[in-house]
Design a binder for this molecule. Structure first.
Ligand SMILES: Cc1cc2nc3c(=O)[nH]c(=O)nc-3n(C[C@H](O)[C@H](O)[C@H](O)COP(=O)(O)OP(=O)(O)OC[C@H]3O[C@@H](n4cnc5c(N)ncnc54)[C@H](O)[C@@H]3O)c2cc1C
Length: 408
């Protein structure tokens, strides 16, 4: 028996302009932006606590973050200025930035909570332990959600529903949007939060080669005080989570012998190109629900926040014009595609190339980079190469040509 919240849950209304499903970075930013545009917003989260459990290595690009917020020491564990890349044979390329931080390692549970708090302060109604269980659909148009809160079923209407329910999104599927990805475009990840004296405090480490990870790479992201998120990701196609965990155990025994493990986790990331559709009548997909994490790095916090902000703005315009049809919400697809599409598609090709390159090829690329004194390039420039489609990509192109054996 369904009930509207109007009668049984006085604080929650039965009708909103926007209902956002999932209070990760994408959902909280979508809720905040929508509320700032004067819309009535409901943000629901199925977990008891926002941001927990954390399934993330917690790295975020400083430049991208500065578009959203000032850094706050309460949710920053470490500041990164250097990056070391290790080839399969153990050759190391080291990049540094002496005068600025390039990335932060977040305390994600506090960061996510802060984003949700900001949505609430902007006027969104926020409920935890509240799960979407289905969509209300009229004449092919999404008009709200079915949900469950503490055992009670409810229905709530919305002009637009935002799917921000992460990598395992069901909302998109309920709406009939095809977000399925190929097995080889899913990264199977395993990670330890560990303590070891050899963790370098301001330095990312990346390890390539089949010795450590077949078809992927391992990372070390310091969290301060000798702690680090140490993980690896490999394509789900030939391996899966068991293999990822087995590789991680071997990698940690080799790189951090005797380390204490404070937390272990496994999770998936989509490492695919841009989807053809991010919206339909009365619904938009944001963040991991829209498969927006980066295909090379698996990073999705920033793309989640960017898509959430675009969603809030586009929905505000659509609601103001009284048209939330599939046609009107196409503007969301256009803006997400313009903003994130080129890098997603370029990095998808790059990911496929890297997965096909032999260890010998990667070593060749490293040797070429050494000869060309690539290490003189600042870490921030290297980050721009990976995350921007407009700032050259000269180094990447050169290295890949070398790695594939082509003359430059
Ligand atoms: C091992 C690993 C390491 C990673 N490392 C990084 C990294 O270093 N940097 C980076 O940027 N990204 C990283 N990522 C990816 C990053 O965690 C995600 O891209 C990011 O969290 C996506 O944000 P989101 O808001 O789209 O989804 P999420 O953060 O997943 O939030 C979705 C929310 O929706 C809720 N939800 C789901 N279904 C429902 C429902 N039916 N009703 C209500 N609520 C629901 C979930 O409980 C969840 O809280 C990593 C991922 C993995 C697995």
């Amino acid at each position: 028996m369904f009930s509207s919240f109007t009668s049984e849950h006085p604080a929650m209304k039965g009708h909103y302009d926007v209902i956002v499903v999932g209070a990760g970075p994408a959902g909280s930013v979508a809720a905040k932006t929508s509320a700032e545009h004067g819309l009535s917003v409901l943000l629901i989260e199925k977990r008891q606590e926002i941001g927990e459990p954390v399934r993330c290595a917690e790295a975020i690009d400083v430049k991208g973050l500065s578009d959203f917020t000032e850094p706050d020491p309460r949710w920053i564990c470490a500041k990164i200025r250097r990056a070391k890349l290790f080839s399969p044979s153990g050759s190391c390329l080291e990049f540094r930035d002496d005068d600025k931080d390039v990335a932060y390692i977040l305390e994600r549970k506090l960061f996510d909570r802060e984003l949700t708090r900001r949505a609430a302060r902007a006027g969104a109604d926020v409920y935890t332990k509240t799960q979407a269980t289905g969509l209300l659909v009229e004449s092919g148009q999404v008009t709200g959600i079915r949900g469950k809160q503490l055992g009670d079923d409810f229905e709530a209407k919305a002009r637009v529903v935002v799917a921000a329910d992460g990598v395992e999104s069901r909302v998109a599927r309920w709406a009939g949007l095809n977000t399925a990805v190929r097995r080889e475009d899913i990264g199977a990840c395993a990670q330890y939060h560990l303590v070891h004296p050899s963790v370098e405090k301001d330095c990312f480490e990346f390890y390539f080669g089949r010795k450590h990870v077949p078809g992927g790479y391992a990372w070390v992201f310091p969290k301060g005080d000798g702690e680090a998120n140490v993980g690896l990701g490999t394509s789900l196609s030939g391996s899966g989570y068991d293999t990822a965990l087995t590789c991680l155990k071997k990698f940690v025994a080799w790189r951090f012998p005797g380390a204490s493990v404070l937390q272990a986790m496994a999770g998936g990331v989509t490492i695919t190109g841009k989807l053809p559709r991010f919206s339909s009548g009365g619904i938009v997909l944001t963040g991991d629900a829209g498969r927006l994490s980066d295909p090379v790095t698996g990073e999705g916090i920033m793309n989640g926040m960017i898509s959430g902000r675009i969603a809030g703005k586009v929905i505000a315009g659509a609601v103001a014009s009284g048209d939330v049809s599939a046609g009107a919400l196409r503007r969301y697809d256009a803006e997400v595609s313009k903003c994130l599409g080129p890098v997603l598609d370029r990095n998808y090709r790059l990911k496929n190339f890297l997965m096909q390159t032999s260890d010998i090829g990667v070593d060749l690329g490293f040797r070429a980079a050494k000869a060309l004194k690539v290490e003189r390039i600042a870490t921030s420039r290297l980050a721009e190469e990976v995350f921007s489609s407009t700032t050259g990509n000269g180094i990447l192109k050169l290295l890949f040509r070398r790695a594939s054996g082509s003359p430059t």
